[in-house]
Design a binder for this molecule. Structure first.
Ligand code: SAM
Length: 214
């Protein structure tokens, strides 16, 4: 895995102990002590360059945010954005989303965001999609009973697949739109880097909220 291949990257990340805690597993179930408050926790899965999560953290100082990202090339861009904004309610987990249960305890997360996740269009790669039921089961276990997942994508195939997977896992679907930017839900929408690119190309954005079945 690339995390091991690049000498010096880990050391570079280690210079941001608050923004990129490399010992995140130790805080499982105790992130309130890391942040020094009991504020809700919102997690973006596959943060990329971080425009979405740094903007939300700036707008909502009473929510603690995480950006989860595997690839250091993009993660470092997000970290530098957060550093420039001097945010103390945002951290990044440099991990594979597959391992998310090692970092959060059951019921510790209030909201997950999935923004423009890789569609993995080939059927044989369906299990890699971040809304495959195997992933949804993990997120469901970590969410509070009143928690939810918000999904945005430009990919209609992934959207339809995700709606079905949410329904299969008994999430309650709401605020579904097949054209976010021409819908009532656009107010307050924070764009991601991918979203800005797709909207600039005139593409429609699909979006829904899946509430925990409890
Ligand atoms: N959310 C951003 C946006 O909308 O601009 C980035 C979208 S990009 C298509 C998907 C991101 O998810 C990439 O940065 C990729 O590295 C990350 N990602 C994909 N699978 C991942 C995984 N299993 N664990 C952690 N990050 C992952």
């Amino acid at each position: 895995m690339r995390l091991r291949k690049k000498p010096g990257v880990r050391e570079a990340m280690a210079t941001y102990p608050k923004l990129v805690p490399l010992n995140g597993e130790e805080y499982k179930g105790k992130w309130n002590s890391f942040f020094g408050n009991d504020n809700p926790i919102h997690v973006e899965l596959g943060t990329g360059k971080g425009n979405f999560i740094t903007t939300l953290a700036e707008q909502n100082p009473d929510i603690n945010y995480f950006g989860v990202e595997l690839y250091e090339e993009v993660l470092i861009r997000a970290v530098k954005k957060a550093e420039a904004k001097e945010l103390n309610n945002l951290s990044f987990l440099w991990i594979n989303i597959q391992d998310i249960e090692k970092y959060f305890a059951p019921g510790e997360v209030d909201k997950f965001y999935l923004n423009f996740s890789d569609p993995w269009p080939k059927k044989r790669h369906a299990r890699r999609r971040l809304t495959h039921s195997e992933f949804l089961t993990k997120y469901k276990g970590l969410l509070k009973p009143e928690g939810a997942i918000q999904l945005k994508t430009d990919n209609e195939g992934l959207f339809q697949f995700s709606l079905n997977q949410f329904a299969q896992e008994l999430f309650l679907l709401k605020e579904i739109t097949f054209d976010l930017h021409n819908s009532e839900y656009v107010e307050g929408n924070v764009m991601t880097e991918y979203e800005a690119k797709f909207v600039g190309q005139g593409m429609k954005i699909f979006r829904c909220i899946a509430a925990h079945p409890a």
